[in-house]
Unconditional design. Sequence first.
Length: 148
Amino acid sequence: MGKASKGSAPKRRSVLTVFPWSVKVLEQWVGSYRTLFETAAGNGALWPSERSPRLDMGALGDRFASYRDALGLPRGLTLHCLRHSYVTHLIEAGYDPLFVQQQVGHSYASTTALYTSVSSDFRTRTLRKVLDGTISRAIGAATGEGLG
């Protein structure tokens, strides 16, 4: 479920799987492991816990932080950073920015832009593509090609 708008219920949202293996992993989770939790019975949540019908985000964040600390990773790396990574991976994979905005449930493209941290390699490739197209059109116009 996505965030709720002010005064309304959370929005149902499907999320694109960007890694080829993710569908297989989720099928295995749902088919073989999720049902091992007694709390999963009659519950629509994808991630039940052993004590409640759905995994608590605070507990998940705490576990993520303990793994991060054990690995000596920077304290600024949080579970929310994965959301930023998801947006960046979609943009770098060439998905339409409006589609990405809808995937993460943002009302404004400017919010999605704040989440995006594309690599310098991606920026260089994108700039090169635009420059190559512009130069090709300019050369075509100067030589009379493409005029018809």
